[in-house]
Design a protein around this ligand. Structure first.
Ligand SMILES: C[S@@+](CC[C@H](N)C(=O)[O-])C[C@H]1O[C@@H](n2cnc3c(N)ncnc32)[C@H](O)[C@@H]1O
Ligand code: SF4
Length: 337
């Protein structure tokens, strides 16, 4: 399944009422419609300057490892509704010893698309091959600098050489498994943005399937906090134009905002259904407050909180009500391919 086609469809359907009616039908007919985002371990090996892992208040508070023995129960409860399983969302999943088991369970429950989001520094050739053999569909690899200096400056404790070694392992695995996708996520700020001018000179050789370029968001008391990108107003469009041209000529899907103007004025309208499709799981928390994956059942709980009725009411709700559902924290991009 090409999950990005669905994402594009969501983006193309501008009318939120149609989206809600679609979700209502999917729910009632027992179809898959949620994206399960699972952080199995609340830790990271790196200290990226823009990320909350450089905020001591955050690192002091977060802890926990998802018990291996609970994985199968979690999968039974949640994976049947999942269109996509993303392992690694807000922390670093490669620190979890049983990551392979999550992939196995995802496959057993026929989740159509399984992705691991990682800084890649701990990947080995054996792990890459093992996860791909077990059914992984995509590696999403994050970076905050194209060249060594900016990469290591913005990603504390990371090694540029290890990062490229890991990309090499993925590249080799893709030669044997052409269906395996490589997605590269670049988070920019005013000080690393110009690195993108050389993006494909350095990363083109890994032939990514998808590239996402997104502005940093404020994540608390982090080592780097400057979210003001007004100094990019003149350079944003030409850099994006170059990237878009390369992506189009190499069949790479680009997830990025088309112009500086759109970047600063976007209304995030395509995110209206986000709260109903995005499902977050970490040690100690699953999906919604009050939901207990060991004892509750997705459909019964949905009934208990009147989810189907809520979806249907949203499908006929006035614009004012729907506007309140827009998720300002969702990523803001157009989809080019
Ligand atoms: C928090 S990380 C967790 C997954 C994994 N550790 C990784 O880095 O890929 C998820 C994504 O957030 C991005 N990120 C980090 N700091 C960010 C910020 N301030 N604003 C937006 N995205 C950020 C990372 O580059 C990564 O793509
Ligand atoms: S962005 Fe990812 S790799 Fe970097 S510190 Fe945050 S969780 Fe870790």
């Amino acid at each position: 399944m090409n999950i990005y086609r669905l994402l594009k469809l969501n983006w193309m359907i501008k009318n939120p009422r149609i989206k809600f009616f679609g979700l209502f039908l999917l729910h009632k007919t027992n179809q898959r419609y949620i994206a399960v985002n699972f952080d199995p371990v609340m830790a990271c090996n790196l200290r990226c300057k823009m990320c909350y892992f450089t905020d001591e208040n955050y690192t002091r508070k977060i802890k926990g490892v998802f018990p291996k023995e609970d994985l199968a129960v979690l999968a039974n409860t949640m994976f049947g509704r999942a269109l996509k399983l993303q392992i690694g969302c807000g922390t670093e999943p490669t620190l979890y010893k049983h990551l392979d088991q999550i992939i196995v369970l995802g496959k057993e429950h026929k989740v159509p698309y399984i992705s691991v989001t990682t800084n890649a520094n701990l990947l080995t050739q054996d792990k890459v091959n093992d996860w791909v053999e077990k059914g992984l569909d995509e590696f999403t690899i994050s970076l905050h600098g194209v060249h060594k200096e900016a990469y290591e400056e913005f990603m504390g404790k990371a090694s540029y050489e290890k990062f490229h070694e890991a990309l090499g392992y993925i590249h080799q695995a893709r030669l044997i498994n052409p269906k395996l996708n490589l997605r590269i996520n670049f988070t920019f700020n005013k000080d690393n943005f110009m690195e993108l001018d050389d993006f494909f000179d350095v990363y083109g050789k890994y032939q990514p399937t998808i590239v996402q370029i997104r502005p940093m968001k404020s994540m608390g008391d982090t080592a780097y906090q400057d979210t003001d990108i007004s100094s990019l107003s003149e350079v944003y469009d030409p850099v994006l134009k170059k990237i878009k041209a390369y992506a189009q000529s190499h069949q790479i899907m680009l997830l990025a905002t088309s112009s500086y103007q759109n970047l600063v004025t976007s209304n995030h309208v395509e995110s209206t259904v986000y709260n109903y499709t995005y499902c977050y799981i970490r040690p100690g928390y699953t999906w919604r407050d009050g939901f207990e994956f060991k004892t509750d059942n997705y459909n019964q709980f949905a009934q208990k909180i009147n989810l189907p009725k809520e979806l249907l009411l949203n499908a006929v709700a006035p614009k004012k009500t729907l506007d309140k559902l827009i998720n300002k924290h969702s990523l803001n991009y157009n989809i080019f391919d």
